[in-house]
Write a protein that binds this ligand. Structure first.
Ligand code: DX5
Ligand code: ZN
Length: 244
């Protein structure tokens, strides 16, 4: 097994605040998933977001490790950003890493030792992320902020694509951005759900730099234009409270 120390895992520092666009495969045509991940990479996506649902933690069932493995085969150099919406994510860490996950995100609401699971993910040499549901206050993740490469703020109730963005996510992103600055941490701030040309600048202004989008990218007439215009719209604004 190839090991990478957490310090060499790629993170994006505050000074080089960089917007990245992650197309979410959930919104692709399930009959053409291989083609969709190739297109997402060719069109300029920075990582492929994969939604894993167990039908228990969320009221839907999506894909499993074999889909992650397929995307690795199709696009070996495209970062695989794997969002585990599982009640017991700790039981599946090994399998998703083995299948090719480069970032593994678990939920703070999961029924497991969350700190232990994050530690295990980083020990295995990939990026660890913590995710919060819309009803969970930002403060819940404060104790693990120094143990993650990334925090993901859900801006819809997880389970389905194509839902409306919940503006309640914005003050949470701002709170996390402040924590990051005050504690001199360097985690990325991701946002997932209802991200489009209108909401991208709002979340970027609040301090999010990783923008996950399904419907607005795979549902667009041209994926490349959808990605580049979203990037541009988000890059135009500065995070809340940032100088210059
Ligand atoms: C929702 C998933 C999202 C979903 C976003 O549970 O976590 O990643 O694909 O889809 P859109 O961008 O359509 O809201
Ligand atoms: Zn997701």
């Amino acid at each position: 097994m190839h090991h990478v120390t957490p310090s060499s895992v790629k993170t994006f520092h505050r000074k080089e605040f960089k917007i990245r666009i992650f197309p979410s495969l959930l919104a692709a045509d399930y009959g053409r998933l291989a083609e969709a991940c190739r297109k997402a990479q060719e069109a300029g996506g920075d990582a492929l977001h994969l939604d894993i649902m167990d039908g228990v933690f969320v009221p839907n069932i999506s894909m499993g490790p074999e889909v992650v493995r397929m995307t690795k085969r199709e696009t070996p150099h495209f970062h695989r950003h794997v969002h585990l919406m599982l009640l017991h994510p700790d039981l599946y860490i090994e399998r998703f890493i083995e299948a090719g996950a480069n970032t593994l995100l678990i939920h703070i609401e999961a029924a497991c030792d969350v700190k232990g699971a994050l530690l295990e993910i980083r020990r295995r040499g990939i990026r660890a992320g913590i995710t919060l549901n819309p009803e969970t206050p930002a403060e819940k993740v404060f104790p693990v902020l120094d143990q993650v490469e990334e925090v993901l703020v859900m801006s819809v109730c997880p389970g389905y694509g194509g839902q409306r963005f919940m503006p309640e996510a914005l003050p949470k992103i701002r709170t996390l951005w402040r924590q990051r600055t005050e504690r001199s941490l360097s985690f990325d701030i991701a946002v997932d759900g209802g991200i489009d040309l209108e909401t991208a600048p709002l979340v970027a202004e609040a301090g999010a730099n990783l923008l996950i989008a399904g419907t607005s990218i795979f549902g667009a007439p041209d994926i490349r234009t959808a990605i580049s215009s979203m990037r541009l719209a988000a890059e135009k604004v500065r995070p809340h409270g940032e100088e210059g």
